[in-house]
Each structure stands twice: as C-alpha cells, then as structure tokens.
Design a binder for this molecule. Structure first.
Ligand code: NI
Length: 257
C-alpha cells in the first residue's frame, strides 16, 4: 500500500474535483493520505476532510508563513482540534527564512509553542524548514533533549544536506521525500536518499505542489507517488515493491496507524 504522508487536499487547487480525486486514490494503490494543516483555517478544513473520508487522516498546525496569525485563542483551538480521533500529528510547523512572511522571532516563538503542544498531546510533529537549516536543527535538538527524547516526527520535503539528515535520523526523526527526488537538479536530495537509514524514509507529495517528473510543474496528487517510489528504488538498488513496503511500514510507525 502507498501512504502519502503529506498532502494538502483542502487547497483550492482541488475545488473542482476533490471528491472524485480522493475516491480514485485507492484504485491507484494509495491506501492512506495525511492532510496537513498550514493555518488555522486549513487545520479546520483538514479536520473536516478527515472526518469525511475513512482513508484520510490529518495534522493540525500553523506554518511559519502564517505564524503572525497565532495567538492564545488560536493555540487553544489547535489544542482542541488535535484531540480529534483522526488527527495524527501537529504540523506543519517550523521556520521559513525564504519567504520571511513573519518576523523570525515570531516564527521561532510559535514554532516552539507548537512543539510543546505536540509533546503535551503525545503526537509526532511535521516540520517545515526552508533556508533555516541551522535554527531549525538547533530548536529541534534542544526540544528533543529537554523532552528526554520524546519529541518525534518527520522533516517534511527535506532540503538539507546528507549530514543534516544524519543528525535528524540519529534522533529518530523521519525524512520526507517527494517529487524533488525525480528532478534533474535534485542531486542533494538523491544523495540524502542514498545515505539515510531506509527505516527512516517516508514518501509524500506536498500536493498540489512539487509534482514529480514527468509531471513537473503540473498539479500534483498522490497517484503520482509511483514515480517517487521508482526513483528511490533506483537510488537504493532495491525493487519498487520493496520500497513501497518499507515506506508504508515507516509511515505507519511515524503516525501510529
Ligand atoms: Ni506542505
């Protein structure tokens, strides 16, 4: 079974055919997808989608680009939403110094508050980190230590070096790999895939974004994951069936399915 560990099916890019597309996933071999919140509003939509479809689970959290919208009332709402039966993680949360939509201190503050929420609820975290390798790693390492190793989760759409990946997998975190691994300029990620422990690798779409080759630039969805699996299999010198089996197992361990 293919498990998409990171999708945004609440995105308006799916407004025209969301139901038909979601209902076609199983036929394409995709047994489970996890919809990821990125704002308060999309976290609410995620909870609604997860309630509607048996094969859809959700994560709730506020992305660094929307960090400025958070306040104590927002945190209380996230806390309530995270108690939902189908909510399996807190995310996506983290730091984004590429867009720098919110001041960095504001990003860091709400990132740490949401890490604390995940620990309080005993949920894994879904981490977004863009152009913020050092600060993200530092906060993750500190929180991991303070929580005595209880902090767990996935570094989604991993864009760091093989060395940074090793730091994360050493703490037990999973590395999320998607369409970028099929790109010609995805050399750095290919090296990560070649070197990380196989039991720490999960696959994701981040749809509607980051469609794999040969659909690069088009709207992405979970039915394109076989292209990601094929490239991982090639890089690791194992079969596609084996890659699918291992990444399914890892996704189940990550989210507790
Ligand atoms: Ni995402």
């Amino acid at each position: 079974m293919i498990i998409d560990t990171h999708a945004h099916y609440d995105d308006e890019a799916f407004d025209e055919d969301r139901d038909a597309l979601l209902l076609s996933l199983r036929e394409a071999g995709v047994g489970i997808a996890v919809n990821i919140g990125a704002s308060l509003e999309s976290s609410r939509r995620t909870a609604a989608l997860a309630a509607k479809y048996s094969f859809l689970y959700g994560a709730v959290g506020v992305h660094p680009d929307s960090a400025a919208e958070l306040d104590e009332a927002g945190m209380r709402e996230l806390s309530c939403l995270s108690d939902g039966e189908k909510i399996v993680a807190v995310g996506e949360i983290g730091l984004d110094y590429y867009w720098d939509t919110a001041p960095r201190e504001v990003q860091k503050y709400w990132f740490e508050r949401q890490l604390a929420l995940a620990l309080e609820k005993d949920l894994p975290v879904v981490i977004h980190s863009r152009e913020a390798v050092q600060d993200t790693l530092e906060i993750m390492r500190r929180t991991y230590q303070v929580s005595e190793g209880k902090l767990r989760g996935v570094i989604h759409c991993f864009s760091g070096s093989a060395e940074t990946a090793k730091e994360y997998t050493g703490m037990g975190f999973y590395i999320g790999v998607g369409g970028v691994v099929t790109f010609k300029n995805g050399k750095k990620l290919k090296e990560v895939v070649e070197t990380i422990p196989l039991d720490k690798l999960v696959i994701e779409t981040d749809c509607p974004y980051l469609a794999p080759v040969p659909y690069r630039g088009k709207r992405n969805d979970s039915t394109y994951l076989p292209f990601v699996i094929a490239e991982i299999a090639r890089l690791r010198g194992i079969s596609e069936e084996e890659t699918e089996r291992i990444t399914e197992q890892n996704a189940r361990a990550l989210y507790g399915f």
